[in-house]
Design a protein around this ligand. Structure first.
Ligand SMILES: C[S@@+](CC[C@H](N)C(=O)[O-])C[C@H]1O[C@@H](n2cnc3c(N)ncnc32)[C@H](O)[C@@H]1O
Length: 223
């Protein structure tokens, strides 16, 4: 697997440590949540704090108010987005696992932003469909796609319907450890991500950047 930069919380890259030490401004409750998440056996799923900060800054830049997280895990990025949006803003957080929802909730409360966060504990596809059925098409400013990779294309298409013009869809893990380059015949996940990357290149509905941050972060900006 090709390691681009890696996850900063693993602390094994001196240059990345320098970047984090000289640019990360982490809210104290985010720090607590990150440390709590490191106790979880699946902590490699956690977004890196500098990536979460970058996305929070993007949200502020576009004056984002309504956001969605597809795959909340223990809530680090959801909390980061909730802290970045105004008081009347909201985050719809999609997560199927009750264990992770229960870890996240006390931290949302401690940070005083629990009223901004609408946790939908069911499949993310169901939640995105419900938002569309509720007439919320083209009302969202920012979507972060970070759940099961097999459904990435579905998440992208539904997000594109939900996002307003000028809004941003951020898609995580689009390099899948480098395995998107000539994926093996039986590696369906890498093939799925590679197909989405190639589809996005030609997608005239969005402006596009694929950032070599972490495991690859695509930004698709709706035209
Ligand atoms: C990579 S983690 C998300 C990390 C998180 N975005 C963060 O910032 O730390 C993916 C999460 O998606 C959840 N998930 C997987 N399949 C899902 C589905 N179909 N619907 C909703 N959540 C799902 C998993 O339980 C897991 O918590």
């Amino acid at each position: 697997r090709i390691c681009l930069i890696g996850k900063s919380h693993k602390g094994d890259n001196p240059l990345l440590n320098y970047v984090v030490n000289n640019s990360l401004r982490e809210h104290p409750v985010l720090t607590k949540l990150r440390l709590r998440t490191m106790e979880d056996s699946r902590n490699s799923m956690l977004v890196s704090p500098e990536q979460a900060q970058f996305m929070a800054n993007l949200i502020k830049l576009i004056k984002g108010n309504k956001t969605i997280e597809v795959g909340m895990y223990t809530g680090y990025n959801t909390l980061s987005m909730a802290l970045a949006i105004p008081e009347d803003g909201g985050v719809v957080a999609c997560e199927i696992s009750d264990d992770y929802v229960q870890i996240a909730k006390p931290f949302f409360k401690e940070a005083g932003v629990e009223k901004k966060i609408d946790i939908r504990q069911q499949t993310a596809l169901k939640t995105l469909d419900e938002l569309l059925e509720a007439g919320e098409a083209e009302t969202y400013d920012f979507v972060f796609i970070d759940a099961d990779k097999i459904n990435y294309d579905n998440y992208y298409e539904k997000s594109l319907q939900l996002i307003r013009k000028g809004g941003i869809i951020a898609i995580d893990n689009v390099l899948w450890g480098g395995n998107v380059i000539n994926p093996d015949k039986d590696d369906v996940t890498s093939q799925t991500i590679d197909q989405l990357n190639k589809k996005l290149l030609k997608d005239q509905r969005v402006d596009l950047s694929l950032l070599t941050v972490g495991d690859g972060l695509t930004l698709a900006i709706k035209l």
